[in-house]
Design a protein around this ligand. Structure first.
Ligand code: AGP
Length: 610
C-alpha cells in the first residue's frame, strides 16, 4: 500500500524523505516521488519503479530545500507510470499533494474541474485533490484544505504543500493512517512509525477527521472542521533495530525465527504466577458481560482470518459457544445477524486493514461488542474496538505474515481459556494443563526451527511443481489453509487447501503422478480418517509429505513418502507448532525460485483500501 513521508526542519529534506520511504518499502509500491520547496519554488521528481530509480533520477538533479513530501504509490486508479506517481500538482504547479487511500467521488469532482478549465495529466484520483485545493485557496492553505476535504468522499491521508506558504506542511487523516513526528526544530508526517523512527520517538496519532499544521517549531492539531484539539504525545518504545533484518537474509526468515519470543511476549503478564489462570486485565468487558455472550463472529482477512479459523475451534471447544468466521470484505455487505448477545472478534496484524475496520464499524453500528486482536498499539482497529488484546509480536515487515499469525493463535488460546475459566466450562486444573503446555511452545518452536534444513530440501523439490495440495481435518484444515496461502503469496506456486475428507468430492481429479500433497496429521482422533484420505491421494500418484506428531513416525511411515515431526503438545495447541514447517516451506520455495521473498509481486503489507 502507498506510503507517505513529509519533513519540515532545518536539514536538507531529500535524504530524509528517501530514507523514510525506504522504511515503508515493505508496504509494497510500484512508483515513488518527492516534492520539495526549493529556491525556485515547489519542485517535483517522480518515477515509476523502485526507489532506486527515483534516487538515480535525483542524483544528477537533487531537489534542495528543507521542506518536502514523499510518496510510494501502489496503483489503484491508473497503471503504475511516471505521470500517475505522486506527488500530484495543480495546473499552476503551486500546490502539491501526496495521498493514501481512495477518493470515491473523484470522477464527479474531476468533471466539474474539467468544465471549469482544469487540465489533468494523470488517471489518478489524487490529482483531483491538488486541483480542488488550488480552487479553494484564498491565502490560507489550512482553510483551502479544509474546504477541499469537505467535497471529498472516501478514505484519505494527505500531505499538502503550497509554494505560497513555504514554511507550512499540512496533513489530514480520514480513514487512512497518518502520524505526526515531533522533533526539535523539525517535524515529520508519515503513514507508519518506522519511516521517522530514526529521527524521533515522539508522535501524535491522528484520528479520522483530524488534521495537523506543521511548522519547524510547532504542530497545530485541529479537526477538519477547524476546531483546535490537543493530544497526548505517544512515545514509541520499540527500537528500529527490531524493524531491521538483524543478520537474516530476509525479514520473513527473521520473523519466523522471532516466533518463540513473540509467543513468550504475548503470554507475558497474562498467566497468573501459579500458572493456573489467565489474567486479561486489559479487557474492559465484565465477567457478567462475558457470561451473556451466546454467539461469536470472527471477522478478518487473509492470514488473520486463518488465525480466526483456529480461534473458532478454540472457543467452540473450550467454551461451547457457536462461532462463525467471516471474510471481512463480505461481512458488512451480507447483513450479518448480530444480536445483543453477539461478540464480534476482529483480527488484524496492522490494525489498519480497511475491510476489517469497516466490519468492526458495521458490527458496532448493529450493537455488537467488538474485541480486537491486533499487533499495533494505537492502530485504528485498536482504538475503535471496545476491547483489545495486543499481540506482542513486534513490528512485522515481510508482506507474508508469520509471527503475527502465530501470536494471534496465542491470543485466541488465552482468550478462550479466560472465557472458559470465567463461565466455568473448564475447571482450574484443566486451564492449568493447557497453560503449562502453552508455556512449552516457545521452546518447541526453537526445536522446530533447528530443523529448517529438512524443510529446505522438501521446498526445493516442490518448487519445480506448478500445483500442490494441503490437506487436513479439524484444526489441521485451518492450518492447511494458512500453509497454502503462504506458499501462493511468496512462491507463486498454485496450491489449494482441502478438508481431507472433501477431496474425493471433486478435487481428487487433479491429483496425478508426482503431485505434491502436504498432509497434516496432528489430531489423534482424526488420525485413522486422515490415513485413509492420504491413501486415496497416493493411489492416484501423489507424493505425500506428512506433518505428524513426534512418536507417530513409525506408524505413518508406510502411508507417506516423507514426514516431518512436530513436538508433542495438546491437540488444541498444535497449530502453533504445525504452521512453522509450512512457513519455512513457503520461504525456501520462494527462495529456490529466486523471488523477492519479502515483497511479493502484486501484494502490499497493509491493505488500506476496500
Ligand atoms: C498475510 O501473509 C497476508 N499478507 C495477508 O493475508 C494479511 O494477513 C491480510 O491482508 C490481513 O492483514 P492484517 O492482519 O494487517 O489485517
Amino acid at each position: 500500500m502507498c506510503g507517505i513521508v513529509g519533513y519540515i526542519g532545518y536539514r536538507e529534506s531529500q535524504p530524509i524523505l528517501i530514507e523514510g520511504l525506504k522504511k515503508l518499502e515493505y508496504r509494497g509500491y510500484d512508483s515513488a516521488g518527492i516534492a520539495v520547496q526549493t529556491e525556485q519554488g515547489l519542485e517535483v521528481t517522480k518515477t515509476v519503479g523502485r526507489l532506486a530509480n527515483l534516487e538515480s533520477r535525483l542524483s544528477g538533479d537533487p531537489l534542495r530545500g528543507t521542506v518536502g513530501i514523499g510518496h510510494t504509490r501502489w496503483a489503484t486508479h491508473g497503471k503504475p507510470s511516471d505521470v500517475n506517481s505522486h506527488p500530484h500538482t495543480d495546473n499552476s504547479l503551486k500546490f502539491s499533494v501526496v495521498h493514501n487511500g481512495i477518493i470515491e467521488n473523484y470522477l464527479e469532482l474531476k468533471e466539474e474541474l474539467v468544465q471549469a478549465g482544469h487540465r489533468f495529466l494523470s488517471e489518478t484520483d489524487t490529482e483531483v485533490i491538488s486541483h480542488l485545493i488550488s480552487v479553494e485557496y484564498d491565502g490560507d492553505i489550512v482553510k483551502a484544505v479544509q474546504r477541499a476535504v469537505k467535497k471529498m468522499r472516501g478514505a484519505f491521508a494527505l500531505g499538502v504543500l503550497t509554494e505560497y506558504e513555504p514554511d507550512r506542511l499540512v496533513a489530514v487523516r480520514y480513514a487512512s493512517p497518518l502520524i505526526i513526528g515531533v522533533g526539535d526544530g523539525e517535524k515529520y508526517i508519515a503513514s507508519d512509525i518506522p519511516a521517522i523512527l530514526e529521527h524521533t520517538r515522539d508522535i501524535y496519532i491522528l484520528n479520522d477527521g483530524e488534521m495537523a499544521v506543521l511548522t519547524r517549531d510547532a504542530v497545530e492539531l485541529l479537526t477538519i472542521e477547524g476546531n483546535f484539539i490537543s493530544k497526548e504525545i505517544f512515545h514509541v518504545d520499540w527500537d528500529l533495530m527490531t524493524a531491521e533484518k538483524a543478520g537474516f537474509d530476509h525479514f520473513m526468515l527473521k520473523e519466523i525465527h522471532e516466533q518463540p519470543k513473540a509467543y513468550r511476549d504475548t503470554m507475558l503478564g497474562r498467566i497468573s504466577d501459579d500458572g493456573r489462570s489467565v489474567e486479561l486485565s486489559e479487557l474492559k468487558m465484565t465477567a457478567e458481560q462475558l457470561k451473556g455472550i451466546n454467539r461469536v463472529h470472527i471477522v478478518a482477512c487473509g492470514t488473520a482470518l486463518h488465525a480466526g479459523l483456529v480461534g473458532k475451534n478454540v472457543i467452540e471447544s473450550l467454551v461451547r459457544v457457536p462461532v462463525e468466521t467471516d471474510v471481512a470484505s463480505e461481512y458488512r455487505y451480507r447483513s450479518p445477524i448480530i444480536t445483543p448477545d453477539t461478540l464480534v472478534i476482529v483480527v488484524s496484524q496492522s490494525g489498519e486493514t480497511a475491510d476489517t475496520l469497516a466490519a468492526l464499524r458495521e458490527a458496532q453500528r448493529c450493537g455488537a461488542r467488538v474485541l480486537a486482536i491486533t499487533n499495533v498499539v494505537g492502530s485504528s482497529v485498536a482504538r475503535e474496538a471496545d476491547d483489545v488484546i495486543i499481540t506482542l509480536a513486534g513490528p512485522e515487515i515481510a508482506v507474508a505474515s508469520t509471527k503475527a499469525y502465530s501470536s494471534q493463535l496465542i491470543a485466541f488460546f488465552l482468550f478462550g481459556l479466560y472465557w472458559a475459566q470465567t463461565v466455568g466450562t473448564r475447571d482450574e486444573a484443566a486451564v492449568a494443563q493447557v497453560l503449562a503446555a502453552m508455556q512449552s511452545l516457545p521452546e518447541q518452536v526453537e526445536k522446530l526451527l533447528a530443523q529448517a534444513e529438512v524443510i529446505k530440501e522438501v521446498a526445493e523439490s516442490i518448487s519445480h511443481h506448478s500445483s500442490l495440495f494441503f490437506i487436513g481435518r479439524g484444526v489441521d484444515y485451518a492450518v492447511a489453509m494458512e500453509g497454502s496461502l503462504k506458499l501462493k503469496e511468496i512462491s507463486y506456486i498454485h496450491s489449494e487447501a482441502y478438508a481431507a475428507g472433501e477431496l474425493k468430492h471433486g478435487t481428487l481429479a487433479l491429483i496425478e503422478e508426482g503431485t505434491p500433497v502436504i498432509a497434516l496429521l496432528t489430531q489423534e482422533d482424526l488420525y485413522e480418517k486422515m490415513l485413509s484420505n492420504i491413501k486415496e491421494t497416493k493411489a492416484r500418484g501423489a507424493h505425500v509429505l506428512g506433518i505428524v506428531n513426534e512418536g507417530q513416525e513409525q506408524e505413518v511411515a508406510k502411508s507417506v513418502d516423507r514426514q516431518f515431526a512436530i513436538p508433542r503438545t495438546l491437540p488444541l495447541l498444535t497449530p502453533a507448532l504445525s504452521v512453522i514447517p509450512l512457513q519455512l516451506l513457503s520461504y525456501y520455495a520462494s527462495l529456490a525460485l529466486g523471488h523477492d521473498v519479502d515483497k511479493p509481486r502484486n501484494l502490499a503489507k497493509s491493505v488500506t483500501v476496500e
